[in-house]
Design a protein around this ligand. Structure first.
Ligand code: FMN
Length: 170
């Protein structure tokens, strides 16, 4: 058993949270882990917002299509990428995953909510006063889990191939 892989495999998207506040050290550590993600040419083309203001959380929730539960989260992270950096999307996705796994390691549930390609990316950026050079990549509401639904994952044998891909005829 390995602590890191166990944390990764025990993570599930959490969309219902207890009202308890989230430990500030855990929040800080999660952002620390996000900023340690690999980036193309080590550009680190990002900004990480930590939003705890109830009114702002409510407004973000209303702007999204599938993130209305943000309104009941004690906090929400917002990951922004610097558009000029060629690989900002990959970089910010790596950071988002680090953030989510770090939260899980601290016993905090979260859910990746799409930002990139969404019509609300611009309104969210403006709401949070983020400069125009950046664009929203992801929103990550988080809190102590109140309910967890476990999604089935494709079996390893259907998604892994060794050396060269062969279609299974059976
Ligand atoms: C890029 C991306 C965008 C997502 N957007 C949303 C979203 O807008 N709303 C939501 O409830 N979940 C969203 N999710 C979470 C997925 O629905 C979830 O990861 C998937 O159902 C698998 O469940 P699991 O995270 O519990 O393994 C998103 C996940 C990713 C990676």
């Amino acid at each position: 058993m390995n602590v890191v892989t166990t944390v990764i495999k025990s993570r599930h998207s959490v969309r219902k949270y207890k009202t308890d506040p989230v430990d500030e050290n855990a929040i800080k550590d999660a952002v620390e882990c996000a900023r340690h993600a690999p980036t193309a040419m080590n550009l680190q083309p990002w900004l990480f917002g930590v939003i705890q203001d109830k009114k702002v959380l409510e407004t973000i929730a209303q702007l999204t299509d599938h993130g209305t539960f943000i309104t009941d989260a004690p906090l929400c992270f917002a990951v922004f990428g610097e558009k000029q950096a060629k690989y900002y999307l990959e970089d910010c996705c790596a950071a988002t995953e680090n953030l989510i796994i770090a939260l899980q390691a601290h016993g905090i549930g979260s859910c990746w909510v799409a930002g990139d390609k969404k019509a609300y990316a611009e309104p969210v950026r403006k709401l949070l006063n983020v400069p125009d050079e950046y664009t929203l990549v992801s929103l990550v509401p988080a809190g102590i889990p109140a309910d967890i639904s476990i999604m089935k994952k494709k079996d390893l044998k259907f998604v892994e191939f060794k050396e060269s891909f062969k279609r299974d005829s059976s």
